[in-house]
Design a protein around this ligand. Structure first.
Ligand code: ADP
Ligand code: MG
Length: 172
């Protein structure tokens, strides 16, 4: 029997019903064979990063124990993105997407292949990744930078705004 590995997956959406897309993504990850979701962060509304002018994102992070290989997990993440209407062939790079699932960490593995880089190359520079990841994995150590997620978050220079998302507004 293969020993499961703890993977962390970043979840994001900025098209349509963002919360529904993100929750559907988390549920679909939980239904994958050989995979068990063990934690989910709070949700954050985040200012887009990059050149493209687009709507704010909803971002979160999921921890899951999986016996899938990293590439099989990537394939399934792409499939789940597609079930929420994402069409990579027609979208602008870095542009709006109904669902984005990024493999942030895969145990302490370091992977560098044409279609998969783990740890995710830009995760350490981004508040929209580190804030939710810190909710569920504060003491996990980035296998390349050798610093904890909390430490990376504390030293972050990213000035893009993020704010906690309340699915049900307080006044409702
Ligand atoms: P991004 O999430 O960086 O804005 P995309 O979601 O459009 O960009 O993904 C572009 C490509 O990035 C994917 O097709 C995938 O092959 C590649 N990729 C490389 N490393 C990863 C990773 N760790 N997680 C998800 N995708 C990755
Ligand atoms: Mg992606």
């Amino acid at each position: 029997m293969t020993t499961p590995i703890r993977a962390y997956i970043g979840v994001g959406s900025n098209v349509g019903d963002r919360f529904a897309h993100c929750l559907a993504g988390v549920e679909a990850l939980g239904r994958l064979g050989g995979t068990r979701v063990v934690g989910c962060s709070r949700w954050y509304e985040t200012e887009p990063v990059g050149e493209v002018v687009q709507a704010w994102f909803l971002n979160g992070a999921v921890g899951s124990d999986t016996t899938l290989s990293p590439h099989d997990l990537l394939t399934r993440c792409r499939y789940i993105e597609g079930t929420r209407g994402r069409d990579r062939a027609r979208e602008d790079p870095g542009g709006p997407r109904p669902l984005d699932l990024d493999i942030l960490l895969f145990g302490d593995q370091v992977i560098s292949t044409p279609d998969l880089h783990v740890p995710h190359p830009r995760m350490a520079d981004r508040a929209f990744v580190l804030a939710p990841l810190e909710d569920i994995a504060p003491r996990v150590v980035h296998p390349v930078l050798k610093r904890t997620i909390s430490d990376l978050r504390a030293g972050l220079a990213d000035t893009h705004q993020i704010r906690l998302y309340e699915a049900v507004p307080r006044s409702a």
